[in-house]
Design a binder for this molecule. Sequence first.
Ligand code: MN
Length: 221
Amino acid sequence: MARLAEYRAKRDFDITKEPRGRLNRAAGKSRRFVIQKHDATRLHYDLRLELGGVYRSWAVTKVPSLDPAVKRLAVEVEDHPLDYGTFEGTIPENAYGGGTVQLWDRGQWRPQSERSPAKDLEEGHLKFELDGERMHGGWALIRMRDRDTHRRQARHNWLLVKERDESAIPGEPDALLAASTSVKTGRTLDEIAGGVRPKRTKRIAAARAKPKTVKKKVRAR
Ligand code: MN
């Protein structure tokens, strides 16, 4: 439970509809990832990688860059429960993280090396592949040096960098700004904030049309 202590301490679950969540050690083999676009005090993109029963999380201050030459600041934040991976909605203004949350991408991730990704993160350098609806191919998270070396910072700054591969678009760091709707409900941030009901996205419609066995295989974890 200790891993979610900070997450819970920051939130009043009588006010916010975010999940309390629980540690899910059984899901150790699964490596889901999500990105939640969060229109809070400052708009940012919360990158979450499933690891050790929680989502390790970073707040990326701008849209992830598809140009390998343009690095994005990713501020490490508290681990989030796996239940958080489907959360979309509005957090009241007076609550922690007040603002609108949109499920912007989702899929699977895998480390590029055979090494333990937990150890790679501990050492401040993780290379990984994303198989999402919007994010693809190779990426790297690189921890920056603490400004004050005498005091261990609680929150580390990292850089999120696209690797040079076929899914990179050199010269177009903001290409993903065009992706403005939810991968879960098809809604824009304004529509989520305004309480517009979820739309049936193409992907949802396609999944429903498929026979059950195929759906099971895709969802196996
Ligand atoms: Mn956030």
